[in-house]
Design a protein around this ligand. Structure first.
Ligand code: PLP
Length: 453
């Protein structure tokens, strides 16, 4: 038995778990947990009635909660309720389904919540990043500093310009861009830095901003994970010269697909708005409405990145629950850390004091010295027991494209490479029930215990 520092809840789980990972003893121990697991916690009550959520667990889910293999827990389903559905239906019935008044309202709301002057809604976070780099005038041969621990979108947008994404290592605690590594990577060709607020934890923005102003660089922040979070009291979407939010299906609020460029710079916002719609002159989106005109100009070969009113209506409806959804994600994260943090073979995520985490992801790490099995095997065993997991992220330098294009190797990214080998992400989303959370904790604990060195 591992030392559990006297935590009664972790004790309750571990004392019921078998020392072998044999399936039959494992499921027997799960039944024992069902009988002894009476410490129903109250601090994680959803701030609204979870049964109103379309994908809420049903009574029969709950009855079979300890047999999750037959009823696997999804990794990150969206939290869609009847009001969300009605908001989209209203747009469908309105006679105006593409970019229009809903989009303008969504932009205004997000700008206000984020404390920025300008918001340009687009159809993905990737598009927002692309338009941000376009607006700063990125040119072929320019260099942009990107952390290697991110989704490929962060770096691919640099390649759209025939510019070079210069990958750098991340900080061990947050897995966000390491400002010292960024500084070491600056050359006379560097034009911008793209810090990523990994998992919803803001990057070290004081250091990034200082570095950028010292070297005359633009900060185009990848805030895809960050909506609802903050840094030193400032909303995460306000931290770059330009910030890009994502409203992809798994994000903290969703429009299905969608994104938003945020900035204080009016010229950047104007350019992004024009380039988001074919490079057509301002307000061309109104050309089929009563208030518009058929006459427009084209000032550049732009893109087709505009958001639809259907998507924006979903976003507006989601926004009305954003703080409740954040509260729920925070409660789930706290619960995971409270129990799993007592298992020496696991390392739970760190939140720096100046950060309000948006908990888009809950990334846990293994202490390999205490385990006889590696990450991949542990993930497979947990998944076989019915808990869907993911890994964030395979560092970009390991992908064929970036490796062959730039010759990147693990040795240049010691932190990202080592942390990737021992991390995985637990389900965390606002529609998760207390039982779902307890199932994850029970099964992870059981698998880790069986995998001890
Ligand atoms: C870190 C990061 N940046 C950018 C994106 C791209 O966002 P989108 O899918 O909205 O284009 C994602 C998407 O998951 C992401 O995780």
């Amino acid at each position: 038995m591992e030392c559990l520092h006297g935590d009664s809840r972790a004790d309750a789980y571990l004392q019921q778990t078998p020392t072998s990972h044999d399936q039959s003893s494992s499921s027997k121990s799960q039944q024992q947990i069902a009988r002894t697991n009476t410490h129903r916690y109250t601090e994680f009550e959803p701030s609204r009635d979870i049964s109103t959520v379309a994908n809420a667990p049903t009574a029969s889910d709950i009855a079979t909660r300890l047999d999750r293999a037959a009823n696997p827990l999804a990794f990150a389903p969206p939290d869609i309720n009847e009001a969300d559905i009605q908001a989209v239906v209203d747009v469908l019935r309105s006679g105006w389904i593409t970019t229009g008044s809903r989009v303008r309202e969504f932009e205004r709301l997000i700008a206000d919540i984020s404390g920025v002057t300008h918001a340009v809604a687009v159809n993905s976070g990737t598009a927002a990043l692309h338009l941000g780099l376009e607006a700063i005038g990125l040119k072929p041969g320019d260099e942009v500093i990107v952390p290697t621990t991110t989704f490929t979108a962060t770096a691919e947008v640099v390649r759209y310009f025939d510019a070079r994404p210069v990958l750098v290592d991340v900080e061990r605690d947050t897995l966000c861009l390491d400002p010292a590594a960024a500084e070491a990577a600056i050359t006379e060709r560097t034009r911008a830095i793209i810090p990523v607020h990994f998992a919803g934890h803001a990057a070290d923005m004081d250091a990034v901003t200082a570095l950028a102003s010292q070297h005359g660089l633009a900060v185009v922040a990848d805030a895809a994970h960050g909506f609802s979070g903050s840094y030193k009291g400032r909303p995460t979407g306000s931290l770059g010269d330009i910030s890009a939010l994502s409203f992809y299906a798994t994000k903290t609020i969703t429009t299905g697909e969608g994104g938003m460029l945020l900035t204080e710079d009016e010229q950047v916002a104007d350019r992004a708005r024009v380039m988001s719609l074919h490079g057509m002159s301002r307000d061309a989106w109104k050309r089929y409405s009563g208030s518009g005109t058929w006459r427009y100009d084209v000032i550049a070969p732009g893109y087709k990145y505009n958001l639809t009113d259907m998507a924006a209506a979903l976003g507006i409806s989601q926004l009305s629950r954003a703080s409740a959804m954040l509260a729920r994600r925070t409660a789930i994260a706290r619960r995971y850390s409270e129990v799993l943090g007592h298992i020496p073979a696991l390392e739970t995520p760190t939140t720096r004091p100046e950060v309000l985490h948006s908990w888009h992801l809950y990334v846990i790490r293994l202490n390999p010295g205490r385990l006889a099995l590696g990450r991949d095997e542990i993930v497979e065993r947990i998944q076989k027991r019915g808990i869907n997991l993911s890994v964030h992220f395979i560092p970009l330098h390991r992908f064929t494209y970036f490796r062959t294009m730039y010759g990147y190797e693990d040795g240049a990214f010691p932190v990202a490479s080592a942390e990737f080998e021992r991390c995985f992400s637990l389900p965390i989303y606002s529609a998760m029930s207390d039982d779902d959370v307890d199932d994850v904790i029970a099964i992870v604990t059981d698998v880790i215990k069986a995998a001890r060195a």
